[in-house]
Write a protein that binds this ligand. Sequence first.
Ligand SMILES: Nc1ncnc2c1ncn2[C@@H]1O[C@H](COP(=O)(O)OP(=O)(O)O)[C@@H](O)[C@H]1O
Ligand SMILES: [Mg+2]
Length: 439
Amino acid sequence: MNLKEALKLADRIVFEKTGQHLDDLQEAVLKGTVERETYKHIAKEFDCSESNVRQIGSELWQILSEKLGEKVSKTNFRAAMQRLQNSNVLNFAKDVVVTGSFNTCGEARHPPDQPNPHPQNQETSHQDLSQMPQLGAFFDRTSHIKTLTTSILQQNNRLITITGMSGIGKTTLAVQLVQQIKDEFEYVIWCNLDTSPTLGEFEANLIQFFSQSDKPDSPTTNQKALSLIKYLQKHRCLVVLDDIHNLFSSGELAGKYKPEYEEYRSLFKKIEKISHQSCFLLIGWEQPREVTQIKNQNTQINTLQLKGLDIAAGREILRDYGLADIDNYSALIHRYQGNPLWLKSVATQMQELGGCVTELLLNDIILLPEDLKDVLQQQCDRLSELEKQVLSWLAKASDTINLTQLLENSRIPASDLVNALQSLSRRCLIEQQANFYTI
Ligand SMILES: Nc1ncnc2c1ncn2[C@@H]1O[C@H](COP(=O)(O)OP(=O)(O)O)[C@@H](O)[C@H]1O
Ligand SMILES: [Mg+2]
């Protein structure tokens, strides 16, 4: 759900309760909330006192909480509006969002009961988001959402990948994106590859989903692969595949299909090469090797390697644990590279153990809570022997190290070394600056 939609819904609820539309300050508070601004920042922008902004916020949360029957606050406002949109609790919610028939706050407004002049045929949209996780608090990432939206809706890219380390926020970003663009598609489905379906099972599921609007007597072909592409040509579909690393082998360089999933290669190739009007969004720790190789030559593919959150967003996460105001919060966020999962893990430990642990962090110590170790272990277990060797050389180096030094020290054949570096970099485990590498 985007800002405009969230504001429209909130405006309707406030109007219903008070008979008045949102005023400028209320709108600024909600806008700032969606954009993860602090009350202090909103007050500064609006040139009023922070306490005034807090008061307005608290009144709004009360009205919204009453209407939704759940506690709505600054941290879950957008998610609550999203849930409202997804549910039928308020029968106006869908009209507001899907048809855009109500003006945004500030423009001329319709009273709540005015009929929608442009009803959209609800039957044209099919969504199976049962496997999509619920969106929690969402900070930062505005530019990523914008780039992905342009890539999907304007450039009509057919295959898009989001890769990055565990916990960096890939799934969360994709959920937010899907919420914002799903109404542009006739079919939207979110599939998690945790269960590792064979290609046959996967295609059968998709075809079953896409065929729900087929008339009973319409001819369908028995050749599954062919008919899947036909559906992608006939309808505008968005297919999200999360955790695609399940298709790839452990102990190999990144992106090598497990033998039993080799067939997915030809599916992804078809999706890229054959003309259609749909989009596949692949999310995971690794992406297919061939996707990376052709990234720059083919405009139908777009790839995004996700890095950590910025300091302001990291601080918002720490805020939930009562740690937003510790002296060294920016060093802490920097040390954990803005990875929201890592931050949450270490913040939980700090919250549980209190001030003494916070002091430790002043001394550049890296805490590794057990749950965080498990997450990192899982990713390290996937590495090939060659990658482990290279990582260990990089770890031993007291400073950044370049390719020539690595070659001399490690005695790994040049071609193998370069392949390992490329794979580690695709996994986001190493970074390259000029000719130098660091973990
Ligand atoms: N932009 C964000 N703002 C706030 N929290 C986030 C953000 N992105 C991720 N998180 C939180 O970090 C954790 C890991 O996110 P997730 O999307 O599951 O990571 P990934 O899919 O990359 O493993 C989750 O608890 C999620 O709520
Ligand atoms: Mg994920």
